[in-house]
Design a protein around this ligand. Structure first.
Ligand SMILES: Nc1ncnc2c1ncn2[C@@H]1O[C@H](COP(=O)(O)OP(=O)(O)OP(=O)(O)O)[C@@H](O)[C@H]1O
Length: 591
């Protein structure tokens, strides 16, 4: 991972990478130079006669001034350049993290809290991760400065090396504190996510209506505050414990330092070493304290980045593992159609199967209606067909090829659809429609065609800047009614002109009956054109029988299985579940 980050840093700015490295080397030798030159000056004062001139002072003073200037300037330059470099690396890393999250073709992981925790921690920590190289280099620099200081001390008296030992407890404590903090951060990730979600909900304009009317805003805020108090409470406990251990570590170091100063003072009094050595030890002791603090802090940052790197690696391997097999692209045409063989499915966060045994054939070029009461599993079946979820058992076969052998990205590119929980993309109108087929994002003619097919031409023409109108109030654009947003979602779903699978999952729920009728006629034309070109299968989920009756073939789902199938008329004639649902709806319309 560190190699990957170094590679990223090198790619985004070679100059900054080299400058940081050189500046760090100057810092290491600069600090040792300062201490050593002080010793030369003091010892020189004793050994040179007072009336013998001061030319001997020139070299040590020049070394001291140069070392001081070089060390200070290099520290500043290294810090500033490293921050700029880390920011650039962070941008690249954030893109990679979102790329890994988007690369997974299914969506079941988005409902797994362990996955979401990892994404949350990796995305939140991308700054720390981007600074990993800097933190590791700074740790190495501090360790080198510490080593150099200890070496200079050993030159005064070998016993002073023991001062190095007294720094160990402090370093051990830093490692322990880091491990404890990592554990508590990972353990509280889900609660932290929930707290952010609650706060976001209070500010979300879409949820604002219900929250204001129900007066739940304060309750949600209070709940978020409670969760935050839990998270900070857990962190606080670890911090307090670490602070106590750290204080013990510093005490150990202070005792060592006191002993070292006493030893050197004794040597000076006995005339075994010069007073310059005492000054050197005092100067190095001050530096040691600073070096230790910096070592500890940089180590903490390195360890923190290492923790984030673990989540990042997990995400990367999760995204890569999802397509390790040899896969073939989706076919250009369907000849036989799509077959479902003994499909079962249970959501990852549930124990109750939604689909028990689904076996059926959806012929190429046909329009298939899916019918069933709320919660019967219609949308779930649609998600399995589009490859957003994988069946628990059984298989989906496209012509004669199992769907699991088809590259999911090409299958997604061969599918288009409109779902009941369609997205309200707050972009320009042309973008919110154009993302339905990224290759045609800049193709105004294709977008106009989709707009007309979805019956959204009047809507687009009524907007002040037409296709270039900004949508949504988040960015000062216009807001639309539910039905108008839905029409744009429909236009988006119609951008792909040669799909193999067209999905309409209750696409017209927000439209009035006349609008629905017009829309379905338009859509049927689109579906027939696609069927003639590619043998596309159209799956239509609707509660409105006037719409379902236009399908070639209707499948009734109940209790996790298919209870009836046939044409609209056949099902009415058989007097089964479909006829019963139809009669209930007809009565409701009459009354
Ligand atoms: N992400 C999910 N995690 C767990 N359970 C889910 C999830 N999505 C749906 N379910 C459950 O699966 C069952 C089938 O849901 P599905 O959305 O497929 O029904 P549906 O037939 O499309 O219903 P509706 O007509 O209301 O749209 C329901 O009991 C629902 O609660």
């Amino acid at each position: 991972m560190l190699r990957h980050l170094n590679g990223l840093a090198w790619r985004v700015s070679r100059g900054a990478t080299i400058t940081t490295l050189l500046m760090h080397i100057v810092v290491v030798f600069g600090s040792a130079g300062i201490a050593q030159s002080q010793r030369w000056v003091i010892d020189g004062l004793r050994s040179h006669p007072r009336d013998g001139g001061l030319t001997w002072l020139l070299i040590p003073v020049a070394v001291a001034a140069f070392a001081q200037a070089a060390s200070t300037i290099s520290t500043r330059v290294a810090a500033n350049v490293a921050v700029g470099l880390a920011q650039k690396v962070e941008v690249e890393l954030s893109e990679e993290i979102l790329g890994h999250a988007a690369h997974v073709p299914t969506i079941e992981h988005l409902e797994r809290s362990d996955y979401l925790d990892r994404v949350f921690l990796a995305a939140k920590g991308s700054g720390a991760l981007a600074s990993w190289t800097r933190a590791v280099t700074a740790t190495a620099v501090c360790a080198a400065m510490l080593g150099l200081s200890l070496w200079l001390l050993a030159l005064v008296h070998p016993a002073l090396l023991l001062l190095g030992l007294t720094t160990l407890p402090l370093l051990l404590v830093a490692g322990r504190a880091q491990t404890a903090m990592r554990r508590v951060t990972d353990e509280t990730a889900e609660v932290t996510r929930l707290e952010s979600e609650l706060n976001a909900l209070v500010l979300d304009p879409a949820a604002a209506k219900e929250i204001r009317i129900s007066g739940a805003g304060q309750t949600l805020s209070a709940r978020a505050d409670e969760l935050w108090a839990d998270v900070t409470g857990a962190h606080h406990k670890v911090l307090m414990k670490s602070a106590a251990l750290e204080a013990a570590g510093w005490l150990c170091y202070a005792l060592g330092l006191g002993g070292a100063l006493a030893l050197v003072a004794r040597q000076v009094i006995d005339g075994r070493i010069g007073i310059g050595a005492l000054v050197l030890v005092v100067s190095l002791s001050a530096q040691l304290r600073w070096q230790l603090g910096a070592l500890r802090e940089n180590y903490r940052q390195s360890a923190e980045a290492g923790r984030i790197a673990e989540h990042y690696r997990w995400l990367r391997s999760y995204a890569q593992n999802s397509d390790t097999r040899e896969l073939t692209p989706a076919p250009a045409h369907l000849t036989s159609g799509i077959t479902l063989e003994n499909i079962t499915f249970t959501y990852p966060n549930s124990d109750t199967p939604v689909l028990r045994t689904i076996s059926t054939h959806l012929p190429a070029g046909s329009v298939v209606g899916l019918v069933g009461i709320n919660g019967a599993g219609k949308s779930t079946l649609v998600k399995l067909l589009t490859g957003l979820y994988r069946p628990g058992s059984g298989r989906i076969v496209v012509d004669d090829q199992p769907l699991t052998d088809i590259d999911p990205h090409t299958w997604a590119a061969a599918s288009c659809g409109v779902f009941q929980d369609f997205a309200r993309l707050q972009l320009l109108v042309r973008e919110t429609i154009g993302v339905g087929d990224l290759s045609a994002l800049d193709d105004t003619a294709a977008i106009d065609h989709a707009v007309t097919a979805a019956g959204a031409a009047d809507l687009v023409n009524s907007l002040s800047a037409g296709l270039d109108t900004q949508l949504g109030t988040l960015f000062g654009g216009v807001d639309l009614s539910g039905g108008q947003w839905q029409r744009l979602a429909l236009a988006r779903g119609m951008m792909r002109t040669a799909p193999l699978l067209l999905i309409l999952d209750e696409p017209t729920a927000a439209l009035d009956p006349q609008a629905e009728h017009d829309l379905f006629e338009n859509f049927a034309r689109h579906a027939r054109a696609a069927a003639a070109r590619t043998g596309a299968v159209t799956v239509l989920v609707s509660h409105r029988f006037s719409t379902v009756s236009m399908a070639d073939h209707v499948i009734v789902i109940a209790d996790g299985g298919i209870v009836e199938s046939g044409s609209h008329q056949e099902l009415l004639d058989s007097g089964g579940r479909y006829a019963e649902l139809y009669a209930t709806q007809a009565r409701a319309y009459q009354s």
